[in-house]
Design a protein. Sequence first.
Length: 170
Amino acid sequence: MSIILRDFQKTDKVRKTRLQRSVSKVPWQVWIALTLIVSGGLSFIGVSLLLKLPSAPNCPKLFMPTASASLRLYCAELAANKQTFDNLLEAIELINDLPANHPLRPEIDRRIERWSLDILKLAEAAFQKGKLNEAIAIAQKIPENVIVTPIAIAKIEEWQLIWSTAVKSA
């Protein structure tokens, strides 16, 4: 038994020395290159993870009553950028029901005013195409608690006056 143990110890020592010799045969430049590649790769992965932008929220699938005001504002801005009547109304509805004492309320009011003016421009375009009833219907959809509402009412009266004058003279 001791002979087998001695032979095993000898072969184990031979293996260790072979491994040490094979490791020592690798040039130092390879070790430096390997170290640089590994550390560079890890650095790249770390920086890319830090700089990765979060995914954009999927606004149509969000449950808006529980969404934050900033998320609602973002989704409303996305909708309003389409510059269609329905999307502008959707944008206004998304943020108009936030409380009056909300910290973002001044920004919300500015955007609602801007989008209401955009709706009024769409109504004006419909009037210029000869669609009085459509223009009035669009202008009446502007929320009542906005600064633009008196302007919309005045525009509707102006359009009706122009329309009745044109009908009388025709």
